[in-house]
Design a binder for this molecule. Sequence first.
Ligand code: HEC
Length: 163
Amino acid sequence: MKKYILLSGIVALSVISIQSCKKDKTDPDADNKLYSEATASGFTKYQNDTLLSAASPSPHGSFKLRFNSTAAAALDSTGELPSGNTFPYGSVIVKDVYNGTDLKLYAVMKKDPSSSNSGNGWLWAEFNPDGSVVFSTGKKGDGCVSCHSGSPNRDLTRTFDLH
Ligand code: HEC
């Protein structure tokens, strides 16, 4: 009998720890919301929708870049965020990553410092074109922030100094 109690205790504990671990690393509701925002209409295209080659140290490959209207409002007449400026809350930046002519991935940043998922003030996520999650907002930019903080960056964005 004691054995069973011990065994079920161990099973219960591992279920709890697996669930709390999952809870820390993924946030399906926040991911769905961000995917909808990233695939909505009304985005401003960077450099006339040009397909740009990834610049070192980018991990992503060729891409196009677009900004929602909140983010676009912070761009100057050349379409860039002036050095030293910051994006307003609610800014969404989507990097459409391509494999040849095929869209392969959405890499997304959203300025949302009040979110419990934010990493250095931004939400960070990656999605397949069908919306399945590659990198959840629940990870709080773990692995993204360190590279995006590299010099030079403009409010943690890297494109303007490289392209
Ligand atoms: C090793 C460095 C590195 C890592 C790690 C990295 N990025 Fe980037 N990222 C870049 C660079 C460099 C650019 C500039 C565009 C380019 O050349 O690809 C960029 C551009 C972007 C952009 C367009 C806005 C901008 O910064 O110019 C988004 C959105 C983005 N990355 C999302 C992410 C997400 C989400 C992650 C983590 C899952 C991530 N990145 C991880 C280097 C990195």
